[in-house]
Design a protein around this ligand. Structure first.
Ligand code: GLY
Length: 403
């Protein structure tokens, strides 16, 4: 199933290489280079699985996530919040190339996550299952994927608190939080909107809609930036505290969180056609694109308010999510031309100056992301979700430019 638009990809490297990169490199990573990287990543995953198959607590290592501090490849268990992204990367490669070998690998890695449909230990069931099984269904129409996704949606709504009007994101830190909801949780609504369409049950839609509304009221500041964590009282539904977990401070604008919000409200508009959600997405986009601390190459620092800017690490994952979201937003918004231009600029920057050199980074496509700076964890490293959203953005860009 090669898209007509795939031809364009052959020319993308030439188009991009005509644009001068702001740092040292001048040519973007090509689809051929990406394929070679991911082939290497696959081999490296198999090596880890052969040499060190389980984590210290006995869980099978299945999906590549990042590079550890000691320089080794981190291959994480199925229950990790990022486990859906590697199968998703493989599905995107199938979508971009039409080649059966990517489909075969994608099917294999997707199946590894089957049991995760029942994992309701946090809100991440949406990330795990929609990146893997969601893409699998979208690209194959194989109906055997449907019951797994339906069960995943059931698992997710079990975390919904009626009094709050939100899905609870996390269960840890109970000494401080009762019902913490993170801006990232907007991403998991896609599974619920899909489930409502699929089953005809309006409950999924209604809960997702209410979560988006509650979040719009409580997570956003007057300047349209968002808090990372809002904690609610489980009895009264009142906001208890506005906080952060991965940002610089409670009051700062954690970059990936801003991108999750942008993507989340754009996607919510797709399903609801409620103009307030579109306006929210536009407000976030305008806040980010007009931010004085957004560098010229449009790859944000890990937090827009990080104190050491310009000496702070960039977060490529925040940039990739932002690019993918802008490619969707540009199709709905009156400012579409601007959003498309900005998304193109991000893609040019990522492909030119943030891509791994051939053979580098165990085969991850991009470097220079940040998982948690306050946790001193995954700083300036590749992350599987940066690669996932980069490829998703490439698919969206290709589609947009084909018509
Ligand atoms: N949802 C976790 C993160 O963005 O790091």
């Amino acid at each position: 199933m090669i898209r007509k638009s795939v031809l364009l990809l052959i020319f993308l490297p030439f188009i991009f290489s005509a644009c001068k990169g702001p740092v040292e490199k001048t040519s973007t990573i090509s689809l051929k280079d990406i394929a070679a990287q991911l082939q290497l990543l696959d081999e490296n995953v198999m090596k880890v699985q052969a040499e060190d198959p389980t984590t210290p607590n006995g869980q099978k290592r299945v999906m590549p996530r990042t590079i550890n501090k000691d320089g080794s490849l981190a291959v994480v268990p199925a229950g990790d919040w990022t486990s859906g992204f590697y199968p998703g990367v493989l599905w995107h490669m199938f979508e971009l190339t039409g080649r059966p070998e990517w489909k075969e690998k994608a099917i294999k890695f997707t199946a590894i996550l089957e049991e995760q449909q029942f994992n309701g230990s946090n809100h991440d069931v949406g990330f795990r299952m929609f990146g893997s099984y969601g893409n699998a269904l979208r690209l194959t129409n194989d109906e055997s994927y449907i019951p797994v996704l339906e069960q995943s949606a059931l698992t997710l709504i079990a975390r919904y608190y009626e009094n709050v009007g939100c899905i609870r994101s996390w269960d840890f830190n109970q000494e401080n939080w009762q019902c913490p909801v993170i801006i990232d949780n907007m991403m998991n609504l896609e599974l619920l909107f899909w489930a409502s369409k699929q089953t005809g049950d309006p409950d999924y839609y209604d809960l997702a809609y209410r979560h988006a509304m509650t979040t719009m009221y409580n997570h956003f500041r007057p300047d349209n930036s968002s808090f990372h964590v809002v904690d609610y009282d489980t009895i009264t539904g009142e906001v208890r505290v506005k906080d952060t977990h991965q940002g610089y401070s409670a009051e700062s604008s954690w970059s990936r969180g801003q991108s999750w919000g942008l993507y989340g409200y754009t996607m919510t508009y797709r399903f609801t056609e409620n103009i307030y959600f579109l306006k929210q997405a536009e407000k976030i986009a305008n806040f980010l694109l007009g931010h004085p601390n957004l560098p010229e190459d449009l790859v944000p620092y890990w937090d827009y308010d990080a104190p050491g800017i310009p000496g702070e690490p960039r977060d490529v994952s925040a940039a990739a999510i932002m690019a993918s979201a802008l490619y969707e937003l540009c199709t709905y918004s009156e400012n579409g031309a601007l959003y498309k231009e900005k998304a193109d600029k991000i893609m040019e920057s990522l492909g030119t100056n943030y891509a791994s050199a051939p053979g580098e980074n165990y085969g991850f496509i991009l470097g220079h992301s940040v998982g948690s700076k306050p946790g001193d964890s995954e700083v300036d490293v590749p992350l599987n979700y940066a690669d996932y959203y980069y490829l998703e953005a490439l698919v969206r860009k290709t589609d947009l430019e084909a018509y």
